[in-house]
Design a protein around this ligand. Structure first.
Ligand SMILES: Cc1cc2nc3c(=O)[nH]c(=O)nc-3n(C[C@H](O)[C@H](O)[C@H](O)COP(=O)(O)OP(=O)(O)OC[C@H]3O[C@@H](n4cnc5c(N)ncnc54)[C@H](O)[C@@H]3O)c2cc1C
Length: 400
């Protein structure tokens, strides 16, 4: 098949999901597609390590070119609209990228939109520049400065414990609307509380933050939590691009998809990562925005497109959860093992072994993407079909 007959596939977003999808598709359907990925950056950001960047640690940021070679074209830009009727992505500089098929992997950001003042007065971990700004502020914080981390999900826990380990002279507060680790097993929750206590982190629980002022948080009960520096870790919000482009989205703004991750309103668009809605599983749990789904959905998006360009019906996504790995600084960790439906089991791993486990998981993403370039389709995940009854009682998602 000549270059001219190859289908144009555009991938929006070079996070874990989009980067994997782009290189896997370029390898698996080499003669049938031409793949272009669009992202404002030229380097891959290991987003799950941003709390490490914010505490002064050096993190590798490989150039996309190292992943792609000549297999995928990279366009540096910001997608402002998906014009599905015309089959083109409109970029912020006014140019247009035509596509026959699209992989939508624009990811998520920390939600600073829902609470007034959060965007203005709190630091956040959305990208390398924002993490470096926080690093600078922490580095030059004097003895006893109060640092309020807002959000008791995994990102907030990882951020607060990383700061407490690194800067023992600071007074770290972890502010959460529920109770700490409320979604974990009893033993795991106890372990987490003990760690937080040992590190001297002050817990402010059942505290719903309604506003962020320059020097304090305002809670729903009218009380205030003073701070010298605040960090907003209050959950993720999906990219608004799909909704703004008139595509059908779910209640979280993620693309509404079928079992092969194709858009239910525009099947030539396939979702991956944090912007993929939950497919109508026969059995399983809702997808939550986390790294655990980015590999399987990125691979699935590539395989769905690869099947379709061959005129075949794509297979459905097969996915089940395994664990919730939480770093507690560099020397401690907590791995809560879960069933395929994301519910905590009695099994857990703690201490240095857990820190090592988490490090291995975090470090595996980049080599896995690189390996796809040489062995397309090499990323596979263990999967066991969950029992059908797990569908009936889906867990509350912990969020990251
Ligand atoms: C500090 C921190 C710690 C975390 N720790 C964990 C953890 O321990 N475990 C876990 O499972 N998850 C963790 N997460 C969550 C995890 O990082 C995300 O779920 C994951 O990165 C989502 O991957 P993605 O590829 O879907 O999207 P993203 O990583 O968000 O990447 C999206 C990409 O799309 C690009 N993009 C966005 N919009 C556009 C546009 N309009 N045009 C062009 N490009 C665009 C962005 O530049 C970005 O490169 C953590 C997150 C943070 C912030």
């Amino acid at each position: 098949m000549s270059q001219r007959q190859r289908e144009e596939v555009v991938v929006i977003g070079g996070g874990y999901a989009g980067t994997l999808a782009a290189i896997r598709l370029a390898g698996r359907a080499r003669r049938r597609v031409h793949v272009t990925m669009v992202d404002p950056k030229t380097e891959f950001v290991q987003r799950l390590r941003l709390h490490q960047v914010a505490t002064g640690q050096r993190i590798a940021a490989p150039a996309y070119r190292k992943f792609f070679g000549r297999k995928v074209d990279l366009v540096r830009g910001w997608a402002e609209e998906i014009d599905s009727d015309a089959g083109a992505v409109r970029l912020a500089d006014g140019s247009r990228l035509p596509f026959d098929r699209l992989i939508y992997a624009a990811g998520s950001t920390i939600d600073t939109f829902s609470v007034p003042g959060a965007a203005e007065h709190a630091y956040r971990l959305n990208d390398i520049p924002s993490a470096r700004r926080l690093d600078h502020a922490l580095r030059y914080s004097g003895e006893g400065r109060e640092v309020a981390v807002v959000g008791g999900g995994m990102t907030g826990i990882e951020m607060a414990t990383e700061i407490a380990e690194r800067y023992s002279h600071l007074r770290v507060k972890l502010v959460t609307s529920g109770t700490l680790g409320g979604w974990l097993s009893d033993r795991a929750r106890d372990y987490l509380r003990q760690h937080v206590g040992r590190r001297g982190i002050e817990l402010v629980e059942r505290a719903r933050v309604q506003g962020v002022e320059p020097r304090h948080l305002t809670l729903a009960d009218g009380s205030e939590v003073p701070f010298g520096l605040s960090i907003w870790c209050g959950g993720f919000v999906a990219s608004p691009l799909a909704a703004n482009s008139g595509l059908e989205v779910d209640e979280l703004g993620r693309l509404a998809v079928d079992r092969s991750l194709r858009s239910v309103s525009h099947p030539q668009i396939v979702a991956a990562g944090d912007t993929a809605g939950t497919p109508p599983f026969v059995a399983g749990a809702p997808l939550r925005m986390c790294c655990q789904i980015t590999g399987p959905t990125g691979a699935q998006a590539a395989d769905t497109v690869a099947a379709e360009v061959r005129g075949r019906e794509p297979k459905p996504l097969r996915f089940g959860y395994i664990h919730q790995p939480i770093s507690l600084g560099r020397r401690d960790g907590l791995i809560q093992f879960v069933d395929r439906g994301d519910r905590p089991t009695k099994r857990m791993l703690t201490g240095r072994r857990a820190a090592l486990y988490k490090e291995v998981i975090s470090a595996s993403a980049v080599p896995a993407i690189k390996f796809e370039r040489w062995v397309p389709g090499s990323s596979v995940w263990p999967f066991k079909e969950p029992k059908a009854e797990t569908v009936a009682e889906l867990p509350a998602t912990a969020g990251s």
